[in-house]
Design a binder for this molecule. Structure first.
Ligand code: OXD
Length: 314
């Protein structure tokens, strides 16, 4: 029985993973390519993958560990039909993503793009701007990054609302009110900042549609760092162009890379970042730690961490 670990791991990481695997044979390869495994037939697990390509060439697979937190790219119909155990790296990028959201909230709330333009022209341009304190953030999705963002927002003296699909029996620290899926419009109506942290699933695709933007405050900002596609882009564009909302901070986009002719690049009330919010060494370290822990558990026959609910899609 053997395990294929995909990605670029240096000698130290390889040694750590071999130790974690106990008696399992571990092979390292840059991608899930069966021609790189000495015997694909004995590979029971492929770890660290982003895409499903190549996995069909491993007939004996029982476990796949995803390199990403979001599993939308991996959960194809073919993969779902194989009834594998799938685990994710959820939680690896929560901290920098929450920081990214906070940065976008501050920049948008202070019209920072005007300062940047003025700086390029050496122009001293002072104006009155908002404060986060006292305003309301509506966090759509209360997973690792949503929960981390709640704490950061509270530290800025904000009111924190959240939307969570899974009901909570206990109050969540730093969250003033939690809505279930049916409460989306209630949350949107009250929010000065809407931050989408939810995974892309059949349930969330297109969830922030024209009706949703219509209930948002014209002064509100829309921020997304999890997945584009949760908002309907046409509805988002319309809201941004017509003053339905004040602006947006977009790190995740429906089509990535964002095409050069996308209208989002040029809107004056939009900050575009290239799905870059979690690209930090800490994210890589936490992702590696999750992989190593799960490999140890697999070798020891213990329950794995971060098992994906394949019906829910995350
Ligand atoms: C992820 C990401 O890990 O968006 O899902 O980077």
């Amino acid at each position: 029985m053997s395990v294929l670990v995909v990605g670029l791991h240096g000698p130290e990481q390889q040694a750590e993973l071999r130790t974690a695997a106990g008696g399992l044979e571990v092979t390292f390869a840059p991608r899930a390519d069966a021609t790189l495994a000495s015997d694909p037939g004995v590979v029971r697990a492929v770890l660290g993958v982003g895409q499903p390509s190549g996995l069909s060439d491993f007939p004996g697979l029982t476990w796949v560990h995803g390199a990403a937190a979001g599993m939308d790219a991996l959960l194809t119909e073919e993969i779902l039909n194989r009834k594998l155990t799938i685990t994710s790296s959820a939680g690896n990028g929560a901290i920098p993503l929450a920081e990214h959201a906070l940065m976008l909230m501050l920049l948008l709330n202070r019209s920072a793009l005007s300062w940047f333009a003025a700086q390029r022209e050496h122009r001293w341009d002072r104006f009155t701007h908002g404060e986060l304190a006292g305003s309301t953030v509506g966090i759509v999705g209360l997973g690792h990054s949503g929960t981390d963002l709640a704490g950061k927002a509270k530290a800025c003296h904000m009111r924190v609302l959240a939307l969570a699909r899974r009901p909570r029996t206990e109050p969540v620290p730093n969250v003033d009110h939690i809505y279930g899926a049916g409460g989306l419009h209630d949350l949107l109506r009250q929010s000065d900042f809407v931050v989408v942290t939810a995974p892309l699933t059949p349930q969330t695709r297109g969830m922030i549609d024209a009706a949703a933007f219509a209930v948002m405050k014209p002064s509100a900002f829309y921020i997304c760092f999890s997945r584009g596609g949760i908002a309907d882009d046409d509805a988002l564009l319309e809201a941004l162009r017509t003053g339905g909302i004040a602006g947006a901070g977009l790190d995740a986009h429906d089509v990535e890379p964002l095409p050069p002719d996308s209208p989002f690049w040029d809107l004056e009330n939009v900050i575009v970042t290239p799905h870059n919010g979690a690209t930090s060494p800490g994210t890589a370290q936490r992702g590696f730690a999750i992989l190593a822990k799960n490999l140890r558990r697999f070798g020891a026959g213990e329950p794995l961490l971060n098992i994906v609910d394949q019906e829910a899609g995350y």
